[in-house]
Design a protein around this ligand. Structure first.
Ligand code: ZN
Ligand code: ZN
Length: 335
């Protein structure tokens, strides 16, 4: 039987699921974000301003879809340190309904009082621990949101911080804004989270765009990392369900056109843009890979046999191009 990393049919829609605008601390208006990203070939933007969820569906048109979302940011309060020396938990919440408009922060003010705003949580002091974060994820899940753990590297999170998290839809394998500012993510965190959590978890590349620098500026945020969603059409329900099913891969360069695991032949089959290596990562230590015959050459398809390889639990596929940019499939679990 074929297990698909991405669906075998449908259109590809390029998406940025993490975006800031002038509605919070971003430099561009929602309209400017739309214009900039459409010129870069994107069809989908999740507008995820800090702690405020705004319906931007007035921006929708035939080739553009705005998803309603927000980013909740939690800082561990250690009075002896500045905020940036602490660990952070930032979660993105994407709504199944376009028409939500509310302030959603569970944060407390300087006097330790809960802010008087509607929240997905009952009034409570927020604290930095796994229990609290799990309550927040659970509350997001009950509201039907897709909940992502953002930029674990930038947030100073280590294994102990994420190993007991439950109910996440995805984690950021590549946050383009963090990359542009010199704090790139480590894709191996995805493998460690899968190993620790033992459940389905997807990986997204996003921009977390704040700045408005031109594309030729080395620190520009727009179009650094993305996902390509495969779906039949560009409407809210179809795209939301494709996200929910994991019908996408993430990238900061290479493209994946087709990728599945044949569990009878025990092999990964892939077609992609020119690659200098394609590798399969599993829960076990060893990886297995396909390369061209000679350095400097590239391949655009491969059948990677996993027969007699010590694979366990899950497999995921990475495509590396000659500039060492990467595309990542989501992990699939194998029996
Ligand atoms: Zn953040
Ligand atoms: Zn952000």
């Amino acid at each position: 039987m074929k297990k698909y990393f991405i669906p075998p049919t449908g259109n590809f829609y390029k998406a940025n699921l993490h975006c800031h605008t002038t509605c919070s601390d971003g430099a561009m208006t929602p309209e400017q974000v739309k214009e900039r990203y459409m010129s870069l070939g994107y069809s989908v933007i999740a507008y995820s301003d800090h702690n405020v969820m705004i319906d931007h569906s007035d921006l929708n048109e035939e080739n553009f879809l705005a998803l309603t979302a927000y980013e909740v940011d939690l800082i561990s309060r250690d009075a002896h340190r500045e905020w940036f020396a602490n660990k952070l938990f930032h979660l993105n919440m994407i709504s199944p309904k376009p028409n939500e408009n509310r302030v959603v922060s569970p944060q407390i003010n300087e006097r330790g009082e809960h802010r008087d705003v509607p929240s997905i949580l009952p009034p409570m002091r927020y604290v930095y621990n796994t229990n609290f974060i799990n309550k927040l994820i659970e509350a997001g899940n009950s509201a039907g949101y897709l909940v992502t753990l953002n930029h674990p590297t930038w947030s100073n999170l280590d294994y102990n911080d994420y190993k007991d998290l439950k109910g996440l839809w995805a984690m950021e394998i590549n946050n383009g804004g963090c990359y542009a500012e010199g704090r790139p993510d480590d894709p191996n965190v995805y493998t460690l989270m899968l190993r620790a959590m033992g459940t389905k978890l997807f990986a997204v590349g996003t921009d977390d765009n704040h700045n408005n620098l031109p594309q030729e500026h080395p620190e520009h945020h727009c179009g650094q990392a993305w996902i390509n969603i495969r779906a039949e059409k560009l409407d809210y329900d179809t795209i939301f369900n494709a996200l929910k099913n994991g019908d996408f891969y993430s990238s900061d360069g290479p493209e994946i056109f087709d990728c599945y695991y044949d569990d009878e032949g025990k092999a990964v089959h892939i077609k992609c843009s020119p690659a200098q290596r394609i590798y399969v990562t599993s829960s076990s230590i060893s990886a297995t890979l396909a390369t061209p015959q000679k350095l400097g050459e590239t391949i655009t398809e491969a059948v990677i046999s996993l027969e007699n390889r010590p694979i366990a639990d899950f497999i995921r596929v990475t495509v590396e191009d000659t500039t060492r940019h990467l595309a990542h499939t989501n992990a699939i679990w194998i029996d």
